[in-house]
Design a protein around this ligand. Structure first.
Ligand SMILES: [Zn+2]
Ligand SMILES: [Zn+2]
Length: 156
């Protein structure tokens, strides 16, 4: 870990410190760094390896095993959701409360979020017809995204 980090996180990680404590976890530097990264990163769905690489790019050396462990702890604490999309590693995203479903590109792994009230309502109706009360659901649509190289592979 880089030297000045401990003195910097006083200001930088205030919000993260709070969220980590509210989630019932002890505040540690890797936890603060990883939560901060998830919050500031433009990418909403990231694998442990993505997080590890993004930290490295920022000069933060946190081992992949630690990153994985912290993400798993965040998941248990409800700070992040984990998705097991087919054909890829698990991806993590910050738990922002709102429900949404996913489109996943089977070529490049791109993930798009969507939320459709008609689909939601139909799912509730179907569950009801079968006497189910929905506790949660995950809808994942697999396909090929509009990226040119993904399209090209799809034609081969
Ligand atoms: Zn793609
Ligand atoms: Zn998502």
């Amino acid at each position: 870990m880089s030297g000045p980090a401990t003195s910097r996180w006083g200001e930088e990680g205030v919000l993260e410190n709070l969220q980590i404590r509210q989630a019932g976890l002890k505040v540690t530097l890797p936890r603060v760094k990883i939560l901060g990264l998830l919050e500031e990163s433009g990418r909403r769905h990231v694998s442990a390896e993505d997080v590890y690489k993004m930290l490295l790019d920022k000069g933060e050396e946190i081992g992949l095993a630690t990153v994985y462990r912290v993400l798993t702890q965040f998941e248990s604490a409800g700070l992040v959701c984990r998705h097991h999309f087919e054909g890829g590693q698990s991806v993590f995203e910050l738990n922002r409360g709102g429900h949404h479903d996913h489109l996943v590109c089977v070529r490049c792994g791109k993930v798009v979020e969507f939320m459709d009230e008609v689909i939601e309502a139909r799912q509730r109706a179907i569950a009801e017809q079968h006497g189910f009360t929905i506790e949660e659901h995950a809808l994942v649509i697999y396909g090929v995204c509009d990226n040119r190289s993904c399209r090209r592979q799809a034609q081969d």
